[in-house]
Structures are given as C-alpha cells and as structure tokens.
Ligand binder design. Structure first.
Ligand code: BGP
Length: 473
C-alpha cells in the first residue's frame, strides 16, 4: 500500500449538516424530502413536494447537526488518524437562491473555518461540490438541471469556492453519484416530471447539462489552480449475469452501460456509440451547443471516484426474486448474503468493480463511499458493539488491497461512508446507521445528538495506523 494512501471517512451536507436556516442558507432539495411513505415518490420526481401534508417531517433539515458539531466531529476523525475527509458543500449556504452575484459571506466563512479545522489536524479535505443538493429556487424557477441556465449558476458557485479555497483544498468532486439522476431524478438532480413529458428525454437532457457543467468546472478548476485534482463520481457496482446464458450476459452488459455512460463521457470525453444509438432509436434530440463536445473532450476527469455498496445481478427474462441495493434493485444473487436492508454483501464484487473501472479508463480511482447500513444498539454501558460492521469493512478493505497489490489498480484512497451516523438518503431513517461514531438521534428526530465512538472506531484507527497491514495477519 502506498504510504500516502488517503484513508478517511465521508459524509455529505444534505444528510448530516442540518442548520437549514443558519448563516443565511437558502432552501435546498433535501429540505423538502419527507420521512415516510411519500419519500420515494418525491425522490422519483413523480410526486410534487408542494402537495405534502402540513405535518410532514423533513429529517434532513436538522439531520445530525454536523453544522453545530463540526469541531467535535473533526477531533474524532483526528483520533482515528484520518488522512482525508470527504464532505460536501451546501450550495444554497453559499448562494441561497443560486443566482446571487455575490456569495453569502457567512456561508463561505463557515466552510473556511471548517476546512482550516481539518488542515490543523493534518486532514486533507476532499470536497464534493454537489451531493444531491441544489438550491430549491433553481428547481422552482428553471426546472433544475433540465435547463442550461443552471450550468451558469453552478459555474459561478464553483468559481467562488475554487478561488476562495485555493491552497487549502486539492481534491474536488463535481457531482456525487451522477448516475443517480436516472433512478431517483428529484433526489439526484432536482428533476420533477410534468404531465406529458417523456421522462427519458428529460433525464438525458439533464444528464447532458450536468456532464457539460462537470467538464466546464474541471476546466475552471485547472485554470484557477493547476494543482487541483477534479474527479467525477459514480454509484458503482458491477452487474453480473444471472447465468452464463448469452441473453443474461447481454442484459448485464446493457445494464452496466446505463451507468458507464456517465463515466465514459467524463473519463473519455465522448458520448459512447451505444448512447448515441439509443437516443436516436428513442427519437430523443438533445439540446446542445456545438462547443459542448469539445469541452467534454478537452476536460476529462483527473480521477474517478466511486461509491460501492454491492454488486448487482440481472436476468434477461426478468423472472425470479428481486434484491435491493444502492441506486437500483436487481435480481437476487443466490450466492450472497444481504444486509438488514436487503443490500447484497459482496467484497469480491468490489475487487471486480475496481478492475472493471481501471481496465476501462486507466485513470486513478478513489473509493469515496463504502459501508454497511445497520441497526446499532447503544448498550447501557455506553458501548456500541458493531462487529458486523467491522466484518463488512474488513472484508471490503481486504478486497480493495488485493485489487491494488495483486491487480495493480491505481487507487488514491478509501473513505468509509457516513463515518459519523447520518440520515439515510433513500429511506430518510436515522436507524440505518453507517458510522464509526454513533449519534444519539432517532427516526423521529429525538435525541441529544451526543457522539459516541463505536467498537469500529478503534478498529479503523488501527487499520489506518498500520496502513492496512493489520488486516493481513
Ligand atoms: C449513496 C449516497 C449517499 C448515501 C449512500 C447510502 O447513494 O451517495 O448519500 O446515503 O448511498 O445510501 P442510504 O443512505 O440510502 O443507505
């Protein structure tokens, strides 16, 4: 393992920060994502959040108040020996409606203090510019990423933070899990469908605008500071054929391509032939500018960041049992155990995914999310004995180390998702915990918000201290 390997943890503003009305922050998508049965239809863009009942609970508004607890959280990261911390900026804390000419200084100052605090502990910031986060005003006014106007707003925001944090931040990620747009369009990109619209068309238009914005932001970052490293980010997890029937193999290849479309554009700089054909066959004509394609070609990502929770599996006949998983459901793989939320557990799948991505792009990879969502029990003696999480993380880290040491995959780092417990993106629950640090809060929003290191905290400290070697014993 390289000595400068970036071990750390990851969170995102939308699920942890809270403080939704502090320092002049404007409303964002997360503030209108409800708890309970309406959450999924709203996230899918088929239910309008404005029609939600008055007494709706929005768990992201206060989340785990990372906004108010950041010094404490960062000191816990330092105790674990984090070398990096991935977090996201809340765009609407800096540009409350997305369209101001001048940024909100209080918001910027907040992040500056935050970044300085990390640096004072020797922790490298890894900053996601947009993690399921967009000022709600841009959703209302322009229909979010379906409009090119949002590209300008995003670039103005990027320019502001690239300039302000020059010399402090090196690693940037333009969009979290950009492919989420295809599956949960409102949560992923603020897309809500209007009557009579063709969802596929709207999604690919929004995708084009985001991809163009991502390339333009990459160019801007490099102009502002040549040392900046800008990554794209994919919700990854290779798709296995259910059997060796050629039809299943073909179905898995097609399913993989739905995701690879994004990284193919961001890492290779071109629309792949299979997408161009598909758009043609569907009769979809995207609104583009001629220079978009040159910009895409000339400004590819410096590294490919990914989340990995599970592999996927597909059957051409669509029969059989379904299984859960990050981003989309797939066929149940009979060889794998599942988490309490039905997500398959497949450490070797991480090695396979890393190899697939590295073979395809030959660019450095960065695992910026991996972890186990599970119910934790806080014992009366104040401990949380999350051996199941230790077992999930150690098997995945070992598979990652195999990919590096035996297969030669170039990997910049690894960050455990939700290193301090946070609100689940898909379910809005607090009880689906990922952390190495427990947060006293329940699904209804009650609790002291006290931070309590779990058993996995000490375990991860040792992993980092030995650069992974303790797992090889
Ligand atoms: C990814 C997201 C994260 C995170 C994670 C776990 O898709 O980037 O924001 O939440 O998945 O998902 P969940 O919270 O639904 O368990």
């Amino acid at each position: 393992m390289r000595e400068d390997f970036l071990w750390g943890g990851a969170t995102a503003a939308n699920q942890s920060e809270g403080g939704w009305q502090d320092n002049g922050r404007g409303m964002a998508i997360v503030d209108v994502l409800p708890h309970g049965k309406n959450r999924m239809p709203v996230m899918e863009g088929i239910m309008d959040y404005r029609s939600l009942p008055q007494d709706t609970f929005y768990p992201g508004r206060d989340a785990v108040d990372a906004h108010g607890h950041f010094k404490e959280d960062i000191s816990l990261f330092a105790r674990m020996g984090f070398r990096c911390y991935r977090f996201s900026l809340s765009w609407s804390r800096i540009f409350p409606t997305g369209e101001e000419t001048e940024p909100n200084e209080a918001g910027l100052k907040y992040y500056e203090t935050f970044i300085d605090e990390l640096l004072s502990h020797g922790i490298q910031p890894v900053v996601t510019l947009c993690h399921f986060d967009i000022p709600l005003a841009l959703v209302e006014k322009y229909g979010s990423w379906r409009s090119r106007r949002v590209i300008d707003c995003y670039l103005h925001y990027c320019k502001t933070v690239f300039e302000r944090f020059r010399g402090k931040v090196r690693y940037w990620i333009t969009f979290n899990e950009i492919n989420m747009l295809m599956h949960l369009p409102f949560m992923g990109a603020g897309i809500r469908f209007e009557q009579g619209e063709q969802p596929l068309h709207v999604k690919y238009q929004a995708a084009h605008n985001e991809l163009t914005a991502s390339a333009m932001a990459t160019r801007l970052a490099h102009e502002i500071c040549p040392d900046y490293l800008v990554g794209c980010m994919l919700a990854a997890g290779s798709v296995y054929p259910y059997s060796c029937r050629p039809e299943d193999v073909w179905a898995s290849l097609k399913k993989d391509r739905e995701n690879y479309f994004f990284t193919d554009v961001q890492a290779r700089g071109e629309y792949p032939a299979y997408t161009r054909k598909m758009l043609e066959q569907e009769g979809i004509r995207l609104e583009t500018e001629p220079e978009d394609f040159r910009i895409l070609k000339e400004n590819t990502a410096d590294f490919i960041a990914l989340s990995y929770y599970n592999s996927r599996c597909v059957r051409a006949d669509g029969q059989g049992e379904a299984s859960g998983g990050n981003v989309f459901a797939s066929a149940k793989n009979p060889y794998l155990e599942c988490s309490q939320w039905g997500w398959p557990i497949d450490p070797l799948g991480l090695r396979i995914t890393l190899n697939d991505l590295y073979d395809r792009y030959q660019k450095p990879l960065f695992i910026v999310e991996n972890g186990l969502g599970a119910v934790d029990r806080l014992e009366t003696d104040g401990t949380v004995n999350d051996d199941y999480r230790i077992s999930y993380l150690s098997s995945h880290i070992q598979a990652m180390m195999d990919a590096i040491e035996e297969d030669g995959v170039d990997l910049l780092g690894y960050t455990v998702w939700g290193c301090v417990d946070l609100i689940s993106a898909t379910t809005g629950e607090m009880s689906k915990r990922y952390g190495l640090v427990y947060v006293d809060r329940d699904d209804a929003g009650n609790g002291s918000l006290r931070r309590i290191p779990k058993k996995s905290f000490e375990w991860y400290r040792e992993v980092i201290a030995t650069n992974g070697a303790c797992l090889r014993k």
